[in-house]
Design a protein around this ligand. Structure first.
Ligand code: IMP
Length: 484
């Protein structure tokens, strides 16, 4: 079935049409066997793509998750639009070494920008804490690094191999980061730290734009791996509550040296029928509104603290990648909370049932119902093809909602607004559908419960889009092609 969908496709892209975290890792993993080249074009280690390989969960923050197919000769590219933390990149290479996953065909763009230590401190001091007026960034230095790029003073991967040029550029940074320590001693430390990391990645550094053009002209099959989500795009998202890259189809293609017109099959992922957001910013369909936003921001809120609070037992399991907390996602207390009439409690129930905690920061993700108004807007930019993910997670709620309009003082609009203040003032107009039970064993779309199919048909009609695939569980085979 997947073959039919990919028939005549040379370039496909996996993008998110919401606020990120929509399960791109799994869809990329499903499409990677088809591709010759897997390339990422935006963001840095603010992203986290989770995939399950041989029963083990793996999270990639920088390297495209197609790297697990390196041994088959597939090429993985970290594109010109990315920002790279060298230490984190080398840690990911270490992890691949430990797991005996090869990366012989990895290519790192000489034009990608380097996240420096002062970018990270600046981000953590100015942008991370919502309480101190930040936007709730991941604190990984993404914003300051892209700021330097746009201000034409950034450090690129290619600069790492010319020490004089590198020192000159870092010295210049002293001017723009007066609060950070960038004196001669600190510069010396940076250089000493950078040298071995730069040497380690040197064999993989390439002019990836030229390489990509060659691959494209040779007719190789290319899979673009998006990061974050359209509603977080600097260009199209809920500015200023956005990330600093354009994570739309346009930005993703530009970030690997291609035109968006080269992409035959852009897939826009939406979680359905719930959605999430991490960090600050408007979220019209959020359950519990500001109360939940504030609850999720409180320091110390983690999966474990939430499980403790609701007396749900768990165990901590250690493996190579991370130590993970295991618990019963269908625990009776969770099912009870999912059906609670209090929206904040319902949000906790859905968060625990769907395990919605940040792959990068561990923060609880804010929960709401799926927003077809935002999805329609996203499809206008990323194209009409939708993939619905995590559809199984809210099984056993009595009903679910889909938002088809924004109500502002009695006026209902089907249009999304980028104006964060306006967006905070709207209330969602929902249509309610009957809930459903477990979907994970379903093998074809026509076996889906009638209420889900009805909601999907109406979602397609409203968004003018086409749902082509659905993901119904974490396993590779829990993916259903609806239409080719
Ligand atoms: P930054 O990208 O670290 O600058 O963070 C800017 C905003 O984007 C914050 O609200 C983050 O929570 C959000 N963000 C960044 N990366 C991701 C992601 O991969 N998934 C979801 N939200 C993200």
């Amino acid at each position: 079935m997947l073959e039919t969908l990919l028939n005549d496709v040379q370039t496909a892209a996996v993008l998110c049409n919401q606020f990120g975290d929509s399960g791109k890792g799994k869809v990329i993993h499903a499409l990677a066997p088809w591709a010759d080249v897997i390339a990422r074009g935006t963001g840095g280690n603010n992203a986290g793509h989770t995939l399950i390989l041989n029963g083990q969960e793996m999270v990639f923050h920088l390297i495209p998750s197609g790297i697990v197919y390196d041994h088959e000769g597939k090429i993985n590219i970290m594109g010109n639009g990315m920002v790279i933390d060298l230490e984190e990149l080398c840690k990911e290479l270490d992890q691949l070494d430990t797991r005996k996953i090869s990366y012989n065909n990895l290519m790192i763009s000489q034009d990608a920008h380097v996240i420096m230590p002062y970018h990270i401190s600046q981000d953590q001091q100015k942008n991370q804490s919502l309480a101190q007026g930040g936007i709730g960034s991941t604190g990984k230095g993404i914003g300051p690094c892209y700021t330097d790029k746009i201000a034409r003073r950034g450090i690129m991967i290619g600069d790492l191999y010319d020490v004089d040029r590198l020192v000159k550029k870092i010295k210049k940074a002293e001017l723009f980061y007066p609060e950070q320590k960038i004196d001669d001693g600190a510069i010396d430390d940076f250089i000493q730290k950078i040298k071995p990391l730069a040497a380690r990645i040197k064999p993989f550094v390439r002019d990836t734009i030229q390489e990509m053009h060659q691959f494209y002209n040779q007719g190789k099959k290319i899979l673009l791996e998006g990061a974050q989500g359209l509603l977080l795009s600097i260009e199209y998202g809920t500015y200023p509550y956005v990330t600093s890259s354009d994570c739309s189809l346009n930005g993703t293609a530009a970030g690997v040296g291609l035109s968006a017109r080269a992409v035959d099959l852009p897939l826009g992922l939406v979680k359905f029928p719930f959605m999430t957001r991490v960090g600050g910013g408007p979220f019209p369909t959020e359950l519990g509104g500001r109360d939940q936003e504030e609850y999720c921001q409180q320091p110390g809120r983690t999966l474990e603290s939430e499980l403790q609070l609701y007396e749900i037992s768990s165990i901590r399991e250690f493996n190579l990648e991370s130590n993970q907390v295991r618990y019963d996602r269908r625990h009776p207390a969770i099912l009870r909370m999912m059906n609670d009439s209090d929206p904040c409690t319902k949000a906790v129930g859905i968060r625990l049932a769907a395990n919605e905690f940040g792959a990068t920061t561990g923060r609880p993700r804010r929960i709401g119902w799926v927003d077809a108004v935002a999805a329609r807007y996203a499809a206008g930019i990323n194209g009409p093809y939708f993939v619905l993910t995590k559809v199984d997670c809210v099984a056993d709620t009595g009903h679910f909602n889909v938002c088809y309009g924004y109500n502002t003082n009695g006026t209902i609009s089907p249009l999304f607004s980028r104006d964060s203040e306006a967006l905070r003032g709207v209330s969602p107009e929902y249509k309610q559908y009957e809930g459903y039970s477990d979907l994970r064993d379903l093998t074809s779309y026509d076996k889906f419960p009638q209420s889900v199919r009805k909601a999907i048909t109406e979602f397609e009609w409203f968004t003018k889009g086409k749902v082509v695939m659905l993901s119904t569980g974490p396993k590779d085979n829990q993916i259903i092609v609806k239409e080719a």
